[in-house]
Ligand binder design. Structure first.
Ligand code: 5GP
Length: 194
């Protein structure tokens, strides 16, 4: 997605060979027009999958997921990373190792909102080693629902996540694929379209 790649080049900061900061438009300040374009792009990529629900993880997955839900006309559920006084019943949980925080945490979704008949699209902001996405997939499977696709805003293709998700056999679509962050430079993966 050209608009996203341009934004990464213009407003992203490479913090190390492994970490990209995009607080200017996705992880802290949010660019609503870009989010809408991202939602439209995910909606068109997954329009034939019969999606009935979107599942993401707080907090940075919420903006792209909501825009996608708006376009597809389906509800959006976000997994919580912290315990909540109001989220106590019928909890589906998964343990996720955080790439950025380097800590293990439990993410939770109430089973109330996912049924066996749902076809669920997973959305997240970044794909590094695939832990967050795999945690969401596990929660959807615990609910007996179908994982009908995974949409990632920024994939760091030099890390393991993409191959881990491909191995699960799901349709994975990333809007920007980064081949390398070496030397403070963002290099995108050349994609061959047939
Ligand atoms: P994974 O679970 O795939 O290892 O890591 C994905 C999660 O870690 C995302 O939800 C995102 O919050 C965070 N993350 C991973 N890599 C980056 C990065 O380079 N920059 C930012 N801002 N977040 C990242």
């Amino acid at each position: 997605m050209e608009l996203l790649k341009q934004k990464i080049i213009e407003e992203g900061t490479v913090l190390s060979d492994e970490v990209l900061k995009v607080d200017a438009f996705l992880n802290h300040q949010i660019d609503p027009e870009l989010m809408m374009a991202i939602g439209n792009e995910f909606a068109s990529l997954f329009q034939n999958e019969g999606i009935t629900k979107i599942v993401t993880i707080e907090s940075s997955g919420i903006a792209p997921a909501v825009m996608t839900g708006l376009k597809l006309g389906v509800p959006v559920i976000f997994a919580r990373k912290r315990q909540s006084l109001t989220l106590t019943e019928n909890l589906l949980t998964a343990s996720v190792y955080s790439f950025t925080k380097k800590t293990e945490s439990t993410i939770a979704v109430s089973a109330t909102h996912i049924s066996k008949n749902d076809r669920v699209l997973v959305i997240d902001d970044f794909l590094a080693n695939g832990q967050a996405a795999k945690g969401l997939v596990s929660i959807i499977e615990q609910a007996g629902a179908n994982v009908s696709g995974i949409g990632i805003v920024i994939e760091k293709s030099f890390q393991n996540g993409r191959s881990e998700l491909d191995e699960l056999g799901h349709k994975v679509e990333s809007l920007a694929r980064i081949q390398s962050l070496t030397g403070g430079q963002v290099t995108f993966l050349e994609e061959v379209h047939s």
